[in-house]
Design a protein around this ligand. Structure first.
Ligand SMILES: Cc1cc2nc3c(=O)[nH]c(=O)nc-3n(C[C@H](O)[C@H](O)[C@H](O)COP(=O)(O)OP(=O)(O)OC[C@H]3O[C@@H](n4cnc5c(N)ncnc54)[C@H](O)[C@@H]3O)c2cc1C
Length: 384
């Protein structure tokens, strides 16, 4: 469906789609998936082409894109490979956009051009072994010193964690006040900062996911992002952006599942007819079509609110919840339509399902999204 795109958006869709089919064909995504190979050359090339510029202003090396255009890139890249889309989402939505919103002029000029050109990688480190959905339980602590801060703590499941040059770390800064966290921009070469890659993931296998260990990491005073005590707000604003690109990536998975299913179902014959002519197969396809269209509308609604610069937590949460659950359903239906072949990595649909699976878990599980959405509706927040 062409969603009343303007000329720039239409061209961007073409460019991103062409890049994805030339540089990330199925056999490349499959090999990277099998060998858990980080797609370094692909993301570097995207950086050179400006596909990592996102909504970051051009004066900081960005592409000045509106949020619909940014969603289009995430969708097109995700149709080919969600692991590559993950690098983009983390780098631009979770890290660069958060620096843009909360950073000092010095931080913006120092970090944003390098993130947009993919000269550097960034990661967003909130989750800890004992604190995921309940982020206020994090134990990483930053102690004030005369010249800055000393960080101690562990993070887990951090996308880009093992490749990042700069880590946006959320830490406690007041012993008995977990809401008074603070966000820091930590250069990962600093003494005491180390990482360990996590292997054996179900999906997103060619994205990098790591544990982070911080032992007496000394950071300067100007490493704070925002103000002391702003950390929770900084983290939640990062998630408003991160969830949007996750939703866009999920739309890509659902669309790719649908396209693959339509093609396959017209070619595959049983009992003398293509399976596309079978009503029970058409039922699966119809469900995908409706979910893809609904996902797109919810995503772009959130995008328009972001374009207007308005608060969008509710709409982004709705889009993330719906698009992720729909992508998982669509990929599962696609496997069903492909029959035995769907269970093999000769076709990409099994990877679509494994890659879609995480989207209902990270950046707030589906349960947490429901609590956010119902919290807005009732005015009663069941999570703080
Ligand atoms: C591949 C991958 C990449 C990731 N990337 C990042 C990253 O870049 N940065 C980062 O900081 N984190 C990252 N994460 C972590 C991710 O955000 C967390 O795993 C997620 O928020 C869930 O936290 P948890 O795993 O601790 O589960 P828990 O919070 O322990 O939840 C376990 C289960 O309980 C349910 N639950 C919890 N509380 C409630 C409640 N109040 N009501 C109902 N159900 C509830 C949850 O929905 C879930 O089903 C990543 C994780 C993975 C697997």
């Amino acid at each position: 469906m062409d969603f009343r795109f303007n000329e720039t958006q239409r061209l961007l869709k073409e460019t991103a789609s062409q890049f994805a089919s030339e540089k990330i064909p199925n056999h490349v995504a499959r090999e990277n998936d099998i060998h858990e190979r980080f797609p370094l050359e692909i993301v570097k090339e995207m950086g050179q082409l400006g596909l990592f510029g996102g909504p970051i202003p051009s004066k900081y090396g960005g592409a000045d894109l509106d949020y619909i255009s940014y969603a289009i890139i995430n969708e097109e890249i995700s149709k080919a490979c969600s692991s590559v889309r993950t690098v983009l989402s983390v780098q631009i939505s979770l890290v660069a956009s958060t620096i843009l919103k909360w950073g000092s002029e010095k931080q913006k000029s120092l970090y944003l051009p390098k993130l947009c050109s993919v000269e550097n990688f960034g990661c967003f480190a909130l989750t800890e072994p004992d604190a995921g959905s309940d982020a206020q339980q994090i134990k990483t602590f930053a102690r004030k010193t005369q010249n800055g801060w000393i960080l101690n703590g562990n993070k887990i499941w951090i996308s880009n964690g093992g490749v990042a040059d700069i880590a946006l770390v959320i830490a406690q800064t007041e012993k008995d006040n977990p809401r008074r966290m603070t966000a820091f921009l930590v250069e990962t070469q600093t003494d005491g900062f180390s990482t360990k890659d996590i292997h054996g993931k179900l999906g997103l296998r060619s994205s990098n996911t790591a544990e982070i260990f911080m032992e007496n990491v000394e950071i300067p005073e100007d490493a704070i992002l925002g103000e002391v005590g702003d950390g929770f707000k900084v983290a939640m604003s990062a998630l408003d952006n991160g969830r949007y690109s996750v939703a866009a990536g999920c739309l890509g998975i659902a669309q790719a599942s649908l396209e693959s299913s339509v093609l396959f179902s017209k070619e595959r014959h049983t009992f003398g007819k293509p399976i596309a002519a079978r009503q029970l197969v058409q039922d699966l396809i119809a469900q995908m079509v409706v979910d893809v269209e609904a996902s797109r509308l919810l995503l772009y609604k959130a995008g328009e609110i972001k374009n207007a610069g308005k608060k969008n937590t509710r709409e982004t949460s709705i889009a993330k919840f719906y698009c992720s659950e729909s992508a998982l359903k669509a990929a599962n239906n696609a496997i069903q339509i492909h029959g035995g072949m769907g269970y093999s990595n000769e076709y990409p649909v099994e990877r679509y399902m494994r890659d879609a699976r995480i989207a209902t878990i990270y950046e707030g599980t589906s349960q947490i999204q429901k609590l956010i959405i119902a919290g807005f509706e009732t005015g009663i927040r069941s999570i703080s």
